[in-house]
Design a protein around this ligand. Structure first.
Ligand code: AMP
Ligand code: ZN
Length: 468
């Protein structure tokens, strides 16, 4: 299996640190709003990487954090007049709902930055002891960037170029020794959440969070560290500097980065306001369509979001699902149990599509080509399966298709549809919960229905619902 490593800018053979095991860390979202479909791209892509590794027999320890202390969270809390914790808890819950609806598996561990402060204080202290960090007069602790000789190895940036850029925007009054130095710990401002430390009452910088959470849950050396390409610099570059300076070991062997999800060829982002939330998309499409759309491009390529491409993804997914349904239907009505000799040959031949799928995925997770093999398998099955086929043959083809789709996180098995009466009953229960001001239960019911593809709309005439 070959993976593209941002560190070497090459595809490299994947060799895990420990036989049969993969330790993988994916930088998670900052939780102050519903996630947008740009944020969903690394979730879907690296969940697929994980699923493929598991298919290959690796035991994957998959850690992905939530950044739950940050300027944007605090700003939102101030706007709403609630605590920062209330904001982060709310959006972690919503994010987990979206992930489930996109069939992204929960991580082995989802650490929260605010629960790992002790580890951060420890790592910062070690960095100070080793001379890699220093506290300034106001209690801010900085990392001494130039002391880490390999700084820039991930982003392939040159320190002097960086410094030249910095000089132009240098803020006067800073107590940094060098403009390249970055923050590990910063003093609180009035009304902000803070923790005690020997330098000042304050909070951690963003980069130190991931270094610490990765170390705690996966150890000092890991196989894969991943995220969107905007994280290469400075976030991942700084993580490397902190972790390697502290632990004296190579932090991560392979660095994987997904390309941007764009809209009109511009990066989708909250700050530009050009985004769709996953929740908005779920009102129009089954989120399996979104997943299929994301995987129809190579994860490192930019991907432009458009209605046409979503429609194309929907049609493609329907083709696969129809193929699966057809096999299932034929199998239910089959009157011969075991495979005939002729079927055995066809069955053996269908293995070719699995091999092709694996070859594509072994080449830096080329899901686009992987999907083409799935289409070929569907086409092959459609031409070979009929009312006279044996159950064993039909079931075999069906399982082969389900297995490949499962690696992509695509569900082809037809879900039992929720009945109208059941929906009405749940809506009544939700109304009752709201009357009793039990909003948690009301939200939970809304979420349950959403997972089944049922969208509720509160109108003046009462609650209306529709199937997505
Ligand atoms: P953030 O909450 O901004 O830290 O982002 C969480 C994750 O989403 C990071 O891995 C980002 O790199 C990724 N991300 C944000 N916007 C996009 C985008 N438009 N396309 C792809 N990945 C993105
Ligand atoms: Zn991170």
């Amino acid at each position: 299996m070959k993976v593209y490593n941002t560190l070497s800018r090459q595809k490299e053979e994947f060799v895990p640190l420990e036989d049969g095991k993969v330790k993988m860390y994916v930088c998670g979202p900052t939780v102050y709003n519903l996630i947008h479909i740009g944020n969903a791209r690394p979730m879907i892509v690296f969940d697929t990487v994980r699923r493929y590794m598991e298919y290959k027999g690796y035991e994957v320890n998959f850690v992905s954090n939530f950044t739950d202390v940050d300027d944007k969270i605090i700003k939102k809390a101030v706007e709403e007049g609630v605590s920062a914790q209330e904001i982060s808890q709310r959006y972690i819950k919503e994010c987990k709902k979206d992930m489930a609806a996109m069939n992204v598996k929960p991580a082995t561990t989802h650490p929260l930055a605010t629960e790992e402060i002790d580890g951060m204080l420890q790592m910062i202290s070690t960095l100070i002891e080793k001379g890699y960090a220093y506290p300034a007069g106001d209690g801010t602790v900085y990392f001494r960037t130039r002391k880490f000789k390999e700084y820039g190895k991930l982003s392939h940036k040159n320190l002097d170029d960086l410094q030249a850029g910095h000089r132009e925007i240098k803020v006067t009054g800073e107590e940094k020794e060098d403009s390249l130095d970055f923050v590990l710990w910063k003093p609180k401002k009035e009304g902000e959440p803070y923790w005690e430390s020997s330098w000042c009452q304050g909070r951690p910088g963003w980069h130190i969070e991931c270094s610490v959470m990765s170390k705690k849950y996966l150890g000092e050396e890991i196989d894969i560290h991943a995220g969107g390409e905007d994280l290469i610099f400075p976030h991942h570059e700084n993580e490397i500097a902190q972790s390697e300076a502290c632990n004296g070991k190579v932090f991560a062997k392979y660095w994987l980065h997904n390309g941007f999800l764009n809209i009109d060829n511009k990066k989708m982002s909250k700050s530009l306001g050009n985004f769709f939330t996953v929740r908005e998309i779920s009102e129009k499409y089954d989120l399996q369509v979104l997943r299929f759309f994301m995987l129809s491009a190579h994860y490192r390529s930019p991907l432009n979001f458009s209605e046409e491409l979503m429609e194309a993804a929907k049609n493609g997914l329907d083709r696969i699902r129809n193929g699966a349904e057809n096999l299932k239907h034929l199998s239910k009505n089959a009157h011969i149990e075991e495979m005939t000799e002729e079927e055995k040959e066809i069955w053996e031949k269908s293995r070719e599509f699995v091999t092709k799928f694996e070859t594509a995925m072994d080449d830096d997770f080329n899901t686009a080509d992987g999907i083409s093999s799935v289409f070929e398998l569907v086409k092959y099955a459609n031409t070979k399966a009929n009312g006279d086929s044996s159950r064993e043959f039909l079931e075999g083809l069906y399982q082969r298709l389900v297995q490949l789709c499962d690696i992509l996180g695509i569900i082809v098995e037809a879900k039992e549809e929720i009945l109208d009466e059941e929906i009405e009953k749940l809506i009544e229960e939700r109304q009752a919960a709201r009357k009793e001001k039990n909003f948690a239960r009301a939200d939970e019911i809304r979420g349950m229905l959403l997972e089944q593809g049922i969208i509720l709309e509160d109108t003046r005439e009462g609650v209306k619902w529709k199937r997505a």
